[in-house]
Design a protein around this ligand. Structure first.
Ligand SMILES: Nc1ncnc2c1ncn2[C@@H]1O[C@H](COP(=O)(O)OP(=O)(O)OP(=O)(O)O)[C@@H](O)[C@H]1O
Length: 581
């Protein structure tokens, strides 16, 4: 438990001073409860049970006032301590969420292919919420409860010293160590069950996320019933694991109470036979009761801690995932990049799946290089290695003679503009979506880029975009057609004006009229730049001066159209097939 507690105290370490001050206030509250309250009760009951009623009015008022005073002190300490500790807890969770989010921005693409989006969302939202509850629960109880126990035990010691026959009542405290055993057993169980519960919640969120992104397909293929069934099954799994946590969490309290009640019974028997006076006995009973209640709360505390540990482990998995593509210690300074790219015997595998084998190629400044080959041959993989979305497994890639791994990632990616087949737009205005190409671009520059991409006309057309450049495009650009989205993406590339362009069949979503227009724009854009076109249709390659033919992860041939057509059988057959269709 101490190890687990350390994790949480570590999370609170940014607010050490606040925590220390709050803990001091909590200790006062605990000691006042355990020591002061019991003492007050002793005085009160001794006076009320006595036949002798000769106290002066001021003495009576003094005793009567002692309780409100005690509770005012207690109230101030408890409130201030809880407020400050909650502040530290919530602020720590805020910074943890922010750290997890920042980490996610750095993680390699491969991480997202092996993780599920819904589960990641669940870790950042649901698991951090559990942690938040744990932190505030710990904050409320970590000091108050032990302080209450210490105060009460000291009071018992004080009473035993003052009264004959009372020291045997210490026997009642034997119940305390006995209670530790069920607490330990239950907390281990809770930690495992809570982890399972959070995993089920992650799976449920993932199911939901997938369902929401496939709303069109679900309707098109009449999958509603299948989706309902799957979601209901997930809900049932979550329910079962939640109930297991509930069983152990709430089973602990009664077990501790039964052990504690035995202690109270022993106290009664000892007190009765030893003739302990009524007032003293009442306060002893209260001290024992407070001690057991505090122990019970510590039991709940341990179970909360276990739940928190289970969630923390899921969050820590993100924080501890290696960022294997990182900046070098002494990066090369990139200046006036020309765009000469060379692949030197490059191999790459996705896990154990080889995707590129011993690929060597030179793509010089100004080359328009088309990557062609059958599906799965390695074209996209080849292009994805240039912006270091993945690092090569073997060999090296150079830009203007420098190994890509010797450059700062941001410097390298600043030299590259990408237009993908299915461009992603953010739920923001058209202006801001284009500005992603270069974040410091002025509105005028954004509009000029849109003109170059033949996007300005549809953006200015009120029927398409009622607020022009200020029109919000919806999630993933839902309010725009495929062709319009692609022209926005092309406008981004114009704005970026990078020396290297990667086009993933960039004109595939355009109708023949816009395709012709964009082709003119692309011709202007590519001038003097190094261009990689992942070509799925051969119509795209007519402007390429260099064609790389891929087959089963290997480069089968490199050359211009005419030479490849005459000497490369694979290229000839692919080209003829396309012409025929
Ligand atoms: N993220 C991934 N994880 C595992 N394997 C992958 C991944 N991406 C691609 N592959 C595999 O790597 C190989 C090359 O894929 P790649 O996407 O580079 O081919 P491609 O030529 O671009 O195909 P297409 O024309 O169909 O897009 C294929 O066997 C593919 O299954």
């Amino acid at each position: 438990m101490l190890k687990d507690l350390k994790i949480f105290l570590g999370l609170l370490s940014e607010h050490k001073k606040t925590v220390v001050f709050a803990v001091a206030l909590g200790s006062v509250a605990g000691l006042v409860t355990g020591g002061g309250l019991t003492n007050g009760v002793e005085q009160l009951f001794t006076l009320i049970l006595s036949d002798d009623r000769e106290l002066s009015t001021s003495q009576i008022l003094g005793v009567a006032a002692s309780f409100p005073i005690l509770f005012v002190i207690l109230g101030i300490c408890v409130f201030a301590s809880a407020y400050l500790l909650n502040y530290a807890g919530l602020a720590s969770i805020q910074s943890l969420r922010s750290r997890v989010f920042s980490r996610i921005q750095l993680l390699p693409l491969a991480y997202f292919q092996s993780s599920k989006t819904g589960d990641l969302i669940s870790r950042i939202t649901a698991d951090t919420t559990v942690l938040q509850q744990t932190l505030t629960f710990i904050a409320r109880n970590v000091i108050t409860q032990p302080a209450t126990i210490i105060g009460a035990v000291f009071y018992l010691y004080y009473v035993a010293a003052k009264n004959d026959g009372v020291y045997q009542i210490y026997l009642c405290l034997i119940a305390l160590p006995i209670v530790i055993f069920p607490i330990r057993k239950f907390t281990h169980k809770i930690e495992r069950k809570a982890r399972q519960q959070q995993e089920e919640l992650g799976a449920l969120t993932n199911n939901l996320a997938q369902n929401l992104t496939a709303a069109r397909e679900i309707r098109a293929f009449n999958l509603q019933e299948r989706e309902n069934r799957r979601f209901t099954e997930r809900l049932a799994d979550l329910f079962i694991s939640q109930m297991k946590v509930v069983k152990y969490q709430f089973g602990l309290g009664p077990v501790v109470e039964v052990c504690s009640s035995m202690g109270l019974s022993i106290a009664f028997v000892i007190g009765y036979y030893n003739g302990v006076p009524g007032g003293v006995f009442t306060s002893i009973f209260l001290a024992l009761y407070l001690t057991y209640t505090a122990v019970k709360k510590l039991g709940t505390f341990a179970s909360e801690l276990s739940k928190g540990v289970a969630s923390y482990q899921r969050i820590a998995e993100i924080l501890e995932s290696p960022v294997d593509i990182d900046d070098p210690a002494q990066p090369v300074e990139l200046q006036n990049v020309l765009g000469n790219i060379e692949f030197h015997s490059v191999s790459f595998s996705y896990g154990s799946t080889p995707a590129l084998k011993d690929a060597s190629a030179v793509i010089s400044q100004g080359d328009i290089c088309a990557l062609v080959g059958p599906s799965g041959a390695g074209k996209s993989t080849f292009a994805n290695l240039v912006p270091r979305f993945y690092d090569v497994s073997e060999g090296r890639i150079t830009l203007d003679g420098h190994d890509l791994r010797d450059m700062r990632m941001n410097d390298l990616r600043d030299q590259i503009a990408i237009v993908s087949q299915d461009p992603v737009l953010f739920d923001d205005t058209i202006m801001e979506n284009i500005r992603l190409g270069r974040q410091d671009a002025t509105d005028e520059e954004v509009m000029e880029a849109a003109r170059q991409a033949f996007a300005h006309d549809f953006i200015s057309d009120e029927t398409n975009c009622p607020q022009g450049y200020e029109t919000v495009v919806g999630e993933r650009g839902a309010r725009l057609s495929g062709g319009q989205k692609q022209r926005i993406a092309i406008a981004r590339a114009f704005l970026r004006n990078a020396p290297i362009l990667i086009l993933d069949e960039a004109t595939s979503a355009l109708d023949s009229e816009s395709e012709a227009k964009v082709q003119v724009a692309l011709d202007a854009l590519v001038a003097g730049k190094t261009v990689l076109i992942i070509a799925h249709r051969f119509s795209t390659i007519k402007n390429a001066n260099k064609i790389i033919v891929f087959n089963e992860g290997k480069i089968a041939d490199i050359g211009a159209h005419e030479e490849l057509y005459s000497r490369c059988p694979l290229y000839k057959s692919l080209f003829d097939q396309q012409q025929a269709s």
